[in-house]
Write a protein that binds this ligand. Structure first.
Ligand code: PGA
Length: 243
């Protein structure tokens, strides 16, 4: 896994966006799997800017969104769907109906949701880029510690850390017990796996991801087994690394 350390969050985000822009311009028919959460927000700003400046060709790109809280949908500010549409999809020159695939966290047939998104990913020939924020517990999407790495799309009970940390996204208290997520099988088989983390609070999990044991207890560490993976961090997130 390549480790790319940038001086601050802004430079880190710019480098991630540049990587995505180059990839897509070389392969316009790409499938991007994009995380919600706070970490990718600045990368999204750079992607929007690149689209406005016509520096990225998005006409043939497809997007699959990484995950959703079970029971939440677009009406809840802070849900994954609301975050991605507000900060990215609605600002890009794309046809969202045709180019974006999203889990419906409100569906009463979540199993069917999983199979629908599996089919979408498979019909695109797999994921080109997985862009994944690392959770405080090392989760990727809702692939929580102890997850089966062979899972494709799945519904997964939330780890206690995820429930606690998750409160930061919502203005009101929400009762969430599970997440629906693209599984590690799809994510880590992507042509490029990009992990991102910034800030002092991520330093410990970044160290485990890069230097600790490769274990399902730290799902982000499994990215080290991917054929092409990189982790972009800022200096604060890297300050516990031994070198
Ligand atoms: P964050 O979330 O980007 O808001 O830190 C990452 C995660 O928990 O998946």
């Amino acid at each position: 896994m390549k480790v790319i350390v940038k001086e601050n969050y802004d430079l880190m985000s710019k480098a991630v966006a540049d990587n995505i822009i180059n990839y897509v311009n070389n392969k316009p028919k790409s499938l991007l799997c994009l995380a919600g959460g706070d970490t990718p927000l600045k990368t999204f700003e750079y992607l929007v800017k690149a689209a406005e400046n016509k520096e990225i060709n998005l006409t043939e790109v497809k997007f699959v969104s990484l995950d959703e809280w079970v029971g939440l949908g677009p009406a809840t500010k802070g849900s994954c769907v609301e975050t991605l549409y507000t900060h990215l999809y609605n600002k890009l020159p794309i046809n969202v109906e045709e180019q974006v695939c999203f889990f419906d966290g409100l569906s009463n047939d979540l199993e069917n949701e999983c199979r629908r998104v599996d089919s979408f990913i498979e019909s695109c020939g797999g994921i080109d880029i997985s862009l994944l924020g690392i959770g405080m517990n090392g989760h990727l999407g809702f692939n929580e510690p102890g997850v089966n790495p062979e899972l494709k799309c799945a519904v997964i009970p939330l780890d206690p850390v995820t429930k606690t940390v998750g409160a930061k996204y919502f203005d009101e208290e929400v009762d969430v017990q599970a997440g629906i997520t693209v599984g590690l099988k799809h994510l880590l088989d992507a042509k490029e796996v990009i992990l991102i983390a910034n800030g002092e609070k991520k330093a410990e999990i970044v160290k485990k991801t890069i230097e600790g044991e490769i274990t399902t207890e730290v799902p982000s560490s499994l990215a080290r087994n991917s054929i092409d993976s990189s982790i972009y961090i800022d200096t604060e997130a890297g300050n516990k690394l031994s070198k």
